[in-house]
Ligand binder design. Structure first.
Ligand SMILES: NC(=O)c1ccc[n+]([C@@H]2O[C@H](COP(=O)([O-])OP(=O)(O)OC[C@H]3O[C@@H](n4cnc5c(N)ncnc54)[C@H](OP(=O)(O)O)[C@@H]3O)[C@@H](O)[C@H]2O)c1
Length: 425
């Protein structure tokens, strides 16, 4: 006798539709492989009349209670997006002992401690593979395959929209505004692109990723976040000339009990594996004490790839109903007191200055850096209009505070700081 597993969907747009189609098309194969008969019982949407998917209308409902209180449903799949009401619906489901599968990084990153507490208290499972990197199996790789290792670095391209924009700017020398408008026309950027281009989406994902990698709760509030809206084609072009590619990276590093977590535009040497991840692809580079360097790459969005990851979670949940996976750390509202979060990380820096093209200016810049013990690794100088010059330099490793202090000592009437971009290797 096959085991029957009934699903209730909260939301059925892009991703809900993709999951419906995968489970319908693969139903018999899954039954054969796993002896599990997966049935989709109901799907919550805002409006049945205006539903955006072609799934049968008779399983759609406009009442969350129809899904949340149905005793026959085993697994609740959340594909609504946004923090609320998604988080409180998931909480109710877990409190009713239902296992939850979600793709919602925002609701999870902001409410994870409450959701995990509800899951653990009621013997339910909480699974979220698709919340970071779409189809890329990074959550399960870190939770299961690398569980015995000591991961000290995760560095990812986890937002396809910004990667598409930076790739186009880089390959075609176009402005941010121009490429964003095109991405919106192609449906690759939202009409309101803030969550993507200001780095919020990547920060939610980094909160989840680094918590799992470092076995401690890394709350969203601890993440330093900068977006790509101030990046100019000049920065990208000068970086390229010096051998670097610009990416929006989500970076987590741990050394003993100190953690740094940051999302910002970053130059990478052209030969770095992440530098070659273009367009809407996602990739996550991991370094650990034993695994050393590795990288996972794939589609970070789209209904089919995301559905593949979600359905993997559904099958895992269906086969582990009595012993759900729990995270390896205390999932508390605040980080562990023993951990310190630092904003004074060490890396190299790309700095572009607009300076008066007069004797002694370059010397004053060099002195400002050397006063803070920062040494310059490479430098370009290019004449600009009106007796000005562009000075572009890349430092050797320096601390964030030292670089900020050095830049603050420059006289803005003579040397204006146009951009400061971190460089990783
Ligand atoms: N799109 C991707 O490629 C991708 C990749 C990875 C993860 N995700 C995550 O997957 C989730 C879903 O994304 P999506 O692209 O499928 O979104 P979507 O197309 O906008 O679908 C959202 C669904 O939720 C329903 N919904 C939203 N708010 C509701 C409410 N208050 N009450 C009832 N129903 C509500 C919508 O109903 P209506 O149809 O009636 O509007 C729609 O069916 C998000 O958390 C997203 O971050 C998406």
């Amino acid at each position: 006798m096959a085991k029957v597993i009934k699903l209730g969907f909260l939301g059925c747009g892009n991703i809900g539709g993709g999951v419906y189609h995968l489970l319908t098309e693969m139903h018999d194969e899954i039954l054969k492989r796993e002896n599990i008969d997966i049935q989709i019982k109901s799907a919550l949407v805002k409006s049945i009349a205006e539903a955006r998917t072609d799934i049968p209308k008779d399983i759609m409902t406009e009442s969350a209670d129809d899904v949340l209180t149905d005793p026959s449903i085993d697994i609740i799949c959340e594909f609504m997006g946004g923090e609320q009401p998604a988080a409180s619906f998931m909480q109710r489901a877990l409190e009713n002992g239902k296992t939850v599968v979600t793709a919602n990084k925002m609701a999870l990153a902001l409410n994870w401690h409450k959701l995990q507490a509800a899951a653990s208290a009621h013997g339910a499972g909480l699974y979220y593979e698709a919340s970071v990197g779409g189809v890329i199996p990074v959550i399960r790789s870190l939770t299961v395959s690398l569980d015995a290792d000591e991961i000290d670095q995760v560095m990812g391209i986890v937002n396809g929209t910004t990667n598409y924009i930076l790739t186009q700017m880089s390959q075609q020398g176009r402005s941010y505004a121009d490429v964003l408008a095109e991405a919106q026309k192609l449906g690759l950027a939202e009409p309101n692109p803030t969550a993507d281009v200001e780095g919020y989406d990547a920060a939610y994902k980094l909160s989840i990723l680094s918590s799992i990698a470092f076995h401690t709760r890394v709350t969203y509030q601890k993440i330093h976040r900068e977006g790509i809206t101030n990046i100019s084609p000049d920065d990208i072009a000068y970086g390229r000339e010096m051998g670097y590619t610009l990416k929006l990276l989500a970076i987590g590093k741990r050394a003993a009990d100190s953690i740094e977590v940051r999302v910002h535009p970053t130059f990478l040497p052209n030969e770095h594996p992440l530098a070659r991840v273009d367009g809407s692809l996602n990739a996550i580079y991991i370094h650990g004490r034993y695994c050393q360097d590795m990288m996972l790459q794939g589609r970070g969005a789209g209904d089919k790839p995301t559905a593949s990851a979600i359905c993997g979670d559904i099958l895992y949940a269906a086969t582990h109903m009595d012993n759900p996976t729990v995270p390896s750390f205390a999932n508390t509202a605040e980080p562990d007191d023993a951990i310190t979060f630092t904003d004074n990380w060490v890396c190299r820096y790309f700095i572009r200055l607009d300076a008066a093209d007069t004797p002694g200016v370059l010397g004053s810049v060099a002195s400002a850096f050397s006063a803070k013990s920062i040494s310059i690794a490479s430098l370009l100088q290019r004449p600009a209009a009106d007796g000005r010059a562009q000075i572009i330099l890349i430092t050797h490793e320096a601390s964030e505070c030292a670089v900020q202090d050095a830049l603050a000592t420059l006289n803005p009437e003579i040397v204006r700081v146009e951009s400061m971009i971190r460089v990783e290797s």
